[in-house]
Design a protein around this ligand. Structure first.
Ligand code: GLY
Length: 360
């Protein structure tokens, strides 16, 4: 088992990465804190796959956890869903020493984190992410949220978990398409911070797609270490943390214009990273080898790299409406080289249009 620590003073916590960890969750929690009650928030299918070992592990240290099931899909990240979970926690007599466990992907993690941040002004929670995307991104760093009809993640809090348990075995039941989408975020870490990780991905793409344990452990550990370092430097995203949004400016526009139905998040980010990298070359920040390498690697992972048939003006309008854009300026995370990145606040529209039109 590998252990990383996110150093955030009294909000510091461990990220544990390895195999067969689900059954040890009870013991891993007990080593760190002693909850008065435990509620596990999950989807029915995820409970069927992974609930039993976690339940037995908790029982071994004296806890009888309650499972709270929510439907799959983004619609569970709502205030209505949160309210029904608050009701359940109150019925269970959960107090401020009770703990929540998020068992699942980003939807369960963001929702559980939001409830943990707000129930009785904040109770401890543990992340057990079961998708690659949530293992390398959303379970780490304390962004929690529910959606509002007018926008995703509009209501939320920065609230760190007490522990993140990443069991590599959960990836064996993850649909291939979702696994590949998670790899887009791993590629992102290579581009923004680590040329060796990027080269490792290029050299080991086949083994990664075959879920080789050593490769998985290496890429997940490296990704989480990069994210931990970024979050330690800028927990509340005053600036530096924005580098984690590489590929997301274009990616969010594509998700919005396809009504969040055309692409998985990682797939939209893959397209967005390619566009952002071509924009970097177009604005003289890097040579054309850089976007080409990124595009080639994403293709090796079977990810889309070209935007759908959408008007460049619509993409630009959508980017102006994105909450990550400020004061009518288009901010992009641009690449200087593989492993080196720059936050640029005022990218003019002309090169953006040129990149979109070239791609289309
Ligand atoms: N997913 C980007 C962040 O955690 O900041």
């Amino acid at each position: 088992m590998k252990r990383l620590n996110i150093d955030l003073a009294d909000r510091s916590y461990d990220i544990l990465i390895g195999r067969n960890l689900l059954a040890k969750t009870g013991e891993l929690i007990a080593e760190r804190f002693n909850p008065s009650r435990v509620a596990i928030i999950t989807h029915p299918s995820i409970r069927n796959l992974f609930g039993e070992p976690i339940e037995s592990g908790l029982a071994a240290v004296g806890h009888v956890p309650e499972f709270i099931e929510v439907p799959e899909g983004e619609s569970s990240k709502s205030l209505q869903q949160a309210e029904s979970i608050y009701d359940r926690l109150l019925e269970m007599n959960c107090d401020r020493k009770s703990a929540l466990v998020a068992l699942g992907g980003g939807v369960v993690g963001d929702l559980t984190g939001f409830i943990a941040a707000t129930y009785q002004r904040g109770i401890p929670f543990v992340q057990i992410p079961t998708t690659l995307l949530s293992q390398v991104d959303s379970s780490v760093g304390g962004k929690t949220a529910v959606n509002h009809p007018r926008g995703k993640n509009m209501i939320g809090a920065f609230y760190q978990p007490k522990l993140v348990v990443i069991d590599l075995d959960t990836l064996h039941t993850l649909p291939q398409k979702e696994f590949r989408a998670g790899l887009a975020e791993v590629v992102k870490y290579g581009v923004i911070a680590d040329k060796n990780l990027f080269a490792f991905l290029e050299g080991n793409a086949k083994a990664i797609l075959l879920l080789d344990s050593h490769c998985l452990e290496h890429i997940i550990e490296t990704s989480c270490a990069i994210k931990a370092d970024v979050v330690e430097k800028d927990e509340r995203e005053s600036r530096h943390r924005m580098i984690l949004n590489f590929g997301h400016t274009f990616g969010h526009a594509i998700e919005t214009l396809t009504n969040y139905t055309g692409y998985l998040h990682g797939e939209a980010v893959a397209i967005g990273m390619v566009q952002a990298a071509w924009l970097s070359a177009k604005t003289g920040r890097c040579s054309e080898d850089v976007p080409q390498r990124i595009e080639d690697l994403l293709k090796k992972f079977g990810l889309p790299t070209q935007p759908p048939d959408v008007k460049s003006q619509d993409v630009i309008e959508s980017m102006y409406h994105d909450k990550k854009t400020e004061r009518d300026q288009l901010r992009f995370i641009l690449v200087k080289d593989i492993g080196s990145i720059e936050i640029v606040d005022d990218v003019p529209e002309t090169p953006i249009k040129a990149v979109l039109e070239k791609a289309g």
